[in-house]
Write a protein that binds this ligand. Sequence first.
Ligand SMILES: Nc1ncnc2c1ncn2[C@@H]1O[C@H](COP(=O)(O)OP(=O)(O)OP(=O)(O)O)[C@@H](O)[C@H]1O
Ligand SMILES: [Mg+2]
Length: 427
Amino acid sequence: MIVLGLSSGTSVDAIDAAAADLSLAPDGVLRMRPLGHTEYAWPAALRERILKALPPAAVDVAEVAQLDTLIGQELGRAGRRAIDDVAGGDADLVASHGQTIYHWVVGARTRGTLQLGSAAWIAEHVKRPVVSDFRVADVAAGGHGAPLVSVLDALWLGSDPAAPDDGLTAALNVGGIANVTLVGRVDDPVTGWDTGPGNCLLDVAVAELTDGRLAYDRDGALAAQGTVDEVALAALLDDPYFSAPAPKSTGRELFDATYVRRRLAAVRPDLTGPDLVATITELTAASVADALAGRDVRRVVVSGGGARNPVLVERLRAALDRRVHPGCAVVTSDELGLPVDAKEAYLFALLGFLSAHGLPGTAQGEHRRRATGARRAVVLGSLTPAGPLPWPAATTPVRRMVLTSSPRGLVPRDPGPTPGPTKGSTR
Ligand SMILES: Nc1ncnc2c1ncn2[C@@H]1O[C@H](COP(=O)(O)OP(=O)(O)OP(=O)(O)O)[C@@H](O)[C@H]1O
Ligand SMILES: [Mg+2]
């Protein structure tokens, strides 16, 4: 089955698309053949509207409804192009993550999560069945609904012949938010959680410092010119999120556009320029290394846009060396066969395949829970068929409807006690 995965992350930098040919053998081995990946820029005005709708903004429901449509249409256009560009004109299914607009976390639990991008509009453009809304079923089962990548990491890296014999592999994705999955051997339970900010705080600082000329610190050029401010770094690392136990998830609701300014207001209100960028870069590296400290990690497989920032990767390497394991290997997912820019899009292709086959989309975690913290394994996503479903289609048009009684006749419902006079609304 050829599945096209579509995703846009918390950075809202682009729509990522990746196509994979997936097949499941009777021995339980899932073969994934990456066919190709690409990205499509968001139209500038729509990107602006999405960014304006993210926390801490308060948006009205009209804006949410309009964004759902506009994002769905754009994902649909991207999907249609991607079927030609990377899937050779052929795809059986499109799996869309959508655009996270709000991830509702209360204390240690995720209560809800909202990804916009109407699947009906995607299906209208791609003329294929669409699976979407992957996160919420896991949330309903008591999980965080994020990060979802642990199932890919467990299936893929758990059977990697080059895996270290003497310790764990940590798969690290540095997108807007950074997340890790700790993987041992095949069938070992895995742990996955968001470590905190990846690039999201960096992107905000760079856009502010350059009056919007730069959207991110390309190749770490600004961070390379700055010096880490240890007082500011300590104040940033002092957030209780970093010391909370896994599994946990977060988003721009916590690490929003005003976060750094607010946290530094009392200690370093004047920190700016390359020193600020260097400090925020170090925050990502240090919070990842702190999260892995005390765990037997021997190899870190990095993906996401952060893998393209050499200063961040160097800081990470140094922090892992100090805090996790001297000589801890750092490799990119590219080196193991999944492109750093497209791992998330391939993840959604995998999740689409699993859901289409009625298979759960989360990995086994610890304490008889899923890696996301859910109580049970659930099939993720909602299906928008776009055409006939796998059961027989109707052969005649529908012209009218009649009410019929069941063979045993309608069973009268117990009317219960006679209601007294109704006061006001009963809803
Ligand atoms: N050459 C580069 N140098 C520095 N940073 C880069 C470079 N390329 C990408 N990035 C960073 O990566 C970010 C995009 O990463 P990515 O697409 O993985 O994040 P995302 O869309 O938020 O995904 P996720 O779903 O993981 O949250 C950019 O916003 C930028 O900060
Ligand atoms: Mg992205």
